[in-house]
Design a binder for this molecule. Structure first.
Ligand SMILES: [Zn+2]
Length: 232
């Protein structure tokens, strides 16, 4: 009995601790998000599309048993990039150079790293284009038959394309949170973004990457009308 209540106390302590961390991250995000917005004088319909594919968890660390990196994400980003190239959609892949156990490039704590410095520059330099950011991850989704698992986010600019991907691949759509720094940061700047997990439980085919590419191409074609994704 005693150890049971001891473990309950520990659990509740850990819960409080997690809440504190989440609150601190939320405050930092709110502070970070004020101020900057991507603006262009070029009318939306005259802008060229540009897709940024980020892979914040590309870097693995040998010898750590846990999921120390996103095993499929970097290769998936490169495949998607080549598919977009074949359709003449200009794009770039930005892979993280740090392991998430050293510093997590998808958390606000990493805002001053080179990865984010480059990402910020890419967005500022391409503000005369219609930018979509795809934040590529991978994980094990045993209960999900879909090759790609798109997430909804608190900042909802990318939720429309998430819905389209989920429908196409019959995936569910987990709720992301504000600590998904990459997508929520750029969406706070008015750039639509989506976090996609590639399902490590599946052998994702090149055909499925083509299907994903086609959804992105359609989205870029309709960018000026659907960009806001029902957000505002
Ligand atoms: Zn990840």
């Amino acid at each position: 009995m005693e150890s049971q209540s001891g473990s309950d106390a520990l659990k509740s302590l850990l819960k409080d601790f997690e809440k504190d961390i989440l609150r601190a991250q939320k405050e930092q995000m709110e502070e970070y998000m004020t101020g900057f917005h991507v603006k262009s004088d070029v009318p939306c319909g005259d802008r060229k599309p540009f897709v940024i594919i980020t892979v914040p968890h590309a870097k693995c660390t040998a010898g750590i048993e846990k999921h120390s990196c996103d095993y499929y994400a970097a290769e998936s980003a490169r495949i998607l990039s080549s598919k977009l190239n074949a359709d003449e959609i200009d794009n770039i892949v930005l892979e993280g150079d740090k392991n998430r156990f050293d510093i997590d490039l998808n958390r606000v704590e990493s805002k001053d790293t080179e990865f984010h410095f480059i990402l910020n520059g890419l967005i500022r330099q391409n503000s005369d284009r219609n930018i979509l950011l795809i934040d590529m991850h991978s994980g094990r989704f045993k209960e999900n038959d879909s090759p790609f698992v798109p997430f909804h986010q608190p900042i909802t600019l990318g939720n429309q394309i998430a819905d389209t991907i989920a429908t196409e691949f019959k995936s569910n759509i987990p709720e992301g949170s504000i600590d998904n720094f990459v997508v929520n940061k750029v969406m706070s700047w008015d750039v639509p973004a989506i976090l996609i997990e590639v399902n490590e439980e599946k052998d994702v085919s090149l055909e499925q990457f083509s299907q994903l590419r086609d959804i992105i191409v359609d989205y870029m074609d309709d960018y000026c009308t659907v960009k806001k994704g029902g957000n505002k």
